[in-house]
Ligand binder design. Structure first.
Ligand code: UDP
Ligand code: MG
Length: 343
């Protein structure tokens, strides 16, 4: 049995060498660090056990000179392409564009702010060659992040795990490797509300986790503020599970039962002891509490209704303004793939 497993691993390894690796990099206002990032990425990719690489930078509507820098990189490097969005569509849309454009037998998604060390890519590729479909990079610690952000992130993951239909790994960001069949599975998920962490967990497949030290940002500050993160958390929960709706049903049921018992109690008391004008505190607490609860439940239904509204509009996830690639250079892509490459 063990020998068989060993042989199949050797077989998969042999098949998965000589392959094309795509690297997907979302970029939003990273002019200060993008050149340093590209240098480190190139050096790391040279050590990866694959034959060819394809670098897809997605310029997510940067307002600085990121696009110019990316174009200069693509000008001299035929394996680099730049997808330029018509405006800022957000990181999830940028990652989706990269996934849709990639031709690789495997693809790595990596941030361009050097928080995810590119030097880990060769190890990720090796794990993929060992037969795993998804290599999740798990942060050992979150350097350069406030205690409040760490705590709220932890609370979010605990809550998601409590609610969710599939277990979402904790402290795993978007830095990961996906095999071709995992990419194809993702491409079958056309939803507009894209909470990628949930989607990566949902598709299944053999997953391997690698622990790593997440570095602080190389330049500038994160683009996320707390309000943005809170909204992302609400979006994450409501696009991932309908458990909050069920919870509000149960809560409504529990409150109705409690109110019913309390009603009988009041009724019996009134019959036995008459009706002294008392109980303003009880009354006002009950009214406010129930009012709040009702608003919360309506808000929740509204959240889901809003999601349905967005889904039914069926808009594209992003608009590409330009696609830069040095096509004149001989691309070492097999016949069938190069045909697909033509837009
Ligand atoms: N990013 C993007 N679009 C956005 C925001 C961010 O493409 O609207 C990119 C950004 O350039 C970086 C990555 O997504 O490569 C992660 O962004 P950031 O470092 O701000 O997020 P954090 O690391 O704090 O999660
Ligand atoms: Mg970052």
């Amino acid at each position: 049995m063990q020998k068989e497993t060993f042989e199949s691993i050797v077989q998969i390894r042999a098949v998965r060498q000589n392959k094309l690796l795509s690297v997907i990099v979302p970029v939003y206002n990273e002019a200060n660090g993008i050149s340093a990032f590209h240098e480190r990425l190139e050096a790391a990719l040279a050590k990866a056990p694959v034959n060819r690489t394809e670098l897809i930078y997605i310029n997510d509507g940067s307002k600085d000179s990121s696009l110019e820098l990316l174009k200069t990189i693509a000008d001299v490097n035929p394996s680099v392409q730049v997808i330029d969005f018509s405006r800022n569509f957000g990181k999830e849309a940028a990652m989706t564009a990269g996934i849709n454009k990639s031709h690789g037998d495997a693809a790595v998604i990596i941030d361009s702010d050097l928080q995810d060390p590119p030097e880990l890519i060769p190890e990720m590729v090796r794990q993929w060659q060992n037969g795993y479909d998804i290599i999740n990079m798990r942060r050992r610690s979150r350097l350069g992040e406030t205690i409040l952000k760490k705590k709220t992130a932890q609370m979010f993951y605990t809550f998601m795990r409590f609610l969710g239909p599939v277990k979402m790994p904790e402290n795993v960001g978007d830095f990961r490797l996906l095999s071709r069949r995992a990419i194809e599975a993702l491409k079958q998920m056309p939803e507009r509300n894209r909470f990628m962490k949930g989607m990566f967990a949902w598709i299944g497949f053999p997953v391997k986790e690698i622990l790593y030290q997440r570095d602080p940002r190389f330049a500038d500050k994160t683009k996320w503020n707390y309000w943005g993160l809170f909204n992302l958390a609400v979006e994450g929960i409501t696009s991932y599970t309908i458990a909050p709706l069920r919870i509000s049903t149960y809560l409504g049921l529990a409150v109705s039962l409690a109110t019913f018992s309390y009603g009988i109690f009041i009724l019996v008391c009134t019959i036995l002891y008459g009706d002294p004008v008392k109980g303003f505190p009880t009354l006002i607490i009950a009214i406010l509490f129930l009012g709040g609860l009702q608003l919360l439940a309506i808000g929740l239904v509204g959240e889901y209704l809003g999601r349905i509204f967005m889904e039914t509009k069926n808009r594209p996830l992003y608009i590409v303004k330009n696609h830069y690639q040095r096509i004149s250079a001989p691309l070492a892509i097999p016949e069938e793939k190069s045909k697909r490459n033509v837009q």
